[in-house]
Design a binder for this molecule. Sequence first.
Ligand code: SAM
Length: 292
Amino acid sequence: NTPDIATPARTQAILNRYHLAAKKSLGQNFLTDLNILQKIVEAASISDSDNIIEIGPGIGGLTEQLAKNAKKVLAFEIDQNLLPVLDDTLSQYNNVKIINQDILKANLPQVIEDEFEKENPVKVVANLPYYITTPIILDLLKGNASFDQIVVMMQKEVADRLVAKPGSKDYGSLSIIIQYLNNTEIAFEVPRTSFIPAPKVNSAIVSLSSKDSIDNPVFDFDKFCGFVRGCFAHRRKTFWNNLQGVFGKTPEIKQALKLALQEFNIDAGIRPERLAIEQYVELANYFHDKQM
Ligand code: SAM
């Protein structure tokens, strides 16, 4: 009986046997704590009817625990050198398929249709490569595939931004863009010592699930994202200053912006982090209507 992959001893043995050095440039930090993996499986409530998409299986530590609990696991790994390793470490699991592709270039709706049975839930579970955490999450949420749940490990600092509430120091455009469509929560935190090699920062597991309904939908999502990012371009400046950064400073525009603030009863001197998500939605739709 082979011991599980995600223990310090077995992970080190695998790295030695294949003469592998973890690639920093690809964000390779391998989890070596079975207790944490078990908690990830629980946070995603994985059952044997679930289909899982994993991003970056590495040497297979998380993949193995997913394979033991789920119906099928489809894992995207960009590093070609890890393919023979995964072939070996996961050889006893017949419900795993590795796809050698950059996740940011994957056509997930197509893959889901080709690989999974329609009636089963689809979840994303991953220990993300930290250098592209935000692009991956935005890609997953903006793409045309829909997921029953997303449970992903990331640097604590980004996790804090994903769950931040108005008025807090971490609340910004990412919080608003993600929380507009999703419920987000930090499931638990993970110390840097749970990995080989240890990353520089602590990590956290974030769980995202799409909201059942959106009361006040945005008219144009891409425009909404651009507007919100613009409003936080200079966090320390007032909302009024940032609005001029987004739309311009001519007298006509300033007049239009003043009217908008009056319409929604917003104080020009407020800081952008004080406004709620619904206020950003209302404002974006208002400016959209005014063709601004
Ligand atoms: N899942 C393993 C674990 O938990 O021990 C490894 C996680 S490691 C933090 C991130 C993994 O993502 C690495 O295996 C890395 O090669 C892979 N990766 C990096 N960039 C990627 C990309 N654009 N698409 C797919 N995989 C990527």
